[in-house]
Design a binder for this molecule. Structure first.
Ligand SMILES: *[C@@H]1O[C@H](CO)[C@@H](O)[C@H](O)[C@H]1NC(C)=O
Ligand SMILES: *[C@@H]1O[C@H](CO)[C@@H](O)[C@H](O)[C@H]1NC(C)=O
Length: 252
């Protein structure tokens, strides 16, 4: 039983079963979630992301296979394939301590040469304080389009979806998952409704009380109420975001 479980987790972390779509949830319009972006490569949506500065978005480290290539980011659209505006990345920085095997510190920063044009459909989301804790049971919203993963090619959502999840206690989450799979840089959240439990799009934002508290990272299995989703805890990587934001603005 345990070894099967463990293999599944490894499989998840390798990306095949990383969270690829929102099951259940609600149709969303970008006006209400203007910080949400679609990360694209070769004109294909691959992951979600969030706008945190005028020239930078965050996404998942596991989303980036070719860190030296140019990716594009669609902002300000409910539709992943049209509308809004596309920006090419000028630089991508993956967290130096990102661990592909464990998905620890699963975050990357994508920079643009020019500032994004802000309006009601394009806006920033605030970051939490470093190492601040989110209260257990806090309701958060996860937004995304679902990705064009090979294992699930027909479930992609052309329009933005959202789902509400509740933050689960770290101790409870650790107890549910195999030993050492949940690190201090992860935060767990889930829904009691099975159709909502697969809550998101890799790299995409989990927001509570106006703050970006998590990035969709991985899960044990989609739509299983017994296993909350695992998110990168943004408060644990805020120093990485801020160090690089300041470094980039100094060089520009
Ligand atoms: C992004 O880069 C591609 C390939 O170099 C180019 O064709 C496209 O015009 C660029 N788009 C923008 C919005 O700069
Ligand atoms: C951020 O910068 C501080 C101060 O220079 C440094 O101690 C810390 O290791 C840096 N952290 C990351 C993740 O870059």
């Amino acid at each position: 039983m345990f070894s099967k479980t463990f293999l599944l987790v490894i499989f998840c972390i390798d990306g095949m079963y990383s969270k690829t779509r929102i099951i259940g949830g609600f149709q969303a319009v970008i006006d209400n979630y203007g910080y949400t972006v679609s990360l694209q490569f070769d004109d294909e949506h691959i992951c979600g992301g969030a706008i945190v500065t005028p020239t930078m978005v965050t996404s998942g480290a596991h989303c980036i296979r070719y860190p030296k290539e140019t990716y594009s980011v669609r902002v300000g659209s409910t539709y992943k394939d049209s509308g809004g505006r596309l920006y090419n990345t000028s630089k991508i920085i993956i967290h130096p301590e990102y661990n592909r095997r464990t998905a620890d510190k699963d975050i990357c920063l994508l920079f643009f040469k020019e500032s994004l044009l802000f309006d009601w459909t394009v806006r920033m989301i605030a970051l939490p304080d470093e190492d601040s804790k989110v209260r257990i049971g806090t309701t958060a919203v996860v937004t995304g389009w679902g990705s064009t993963k090979l294992n699930d090619p027909y479930s992609v959502s052309p329009t933005l979806k959202g789902v509400y999840v509740d933050v689960v206690s770290f101790a409870k989450c650790k107890a549910l998952y195999p030993p050492n799979s949940i690190t201090n840089s992860m935060i767990c959240a889930g829904s009691r409704k099975p159709e909502d439990a697969c809550s998101g799009d890799s790299g995409g934002p989990m927001v509570a009380n106006g703050l970006l508290i998590g990035l969709v990272s991985w899960a044990f299995s989609c739509a299983d109420v017994n296993y909350p989703g695992i998110y990168t805890s943004v408060s644990s990587v805020v120093d990485f975001i801020e160090n690089n934001t300041n470094a980039m603005s100094r060089t520009q």
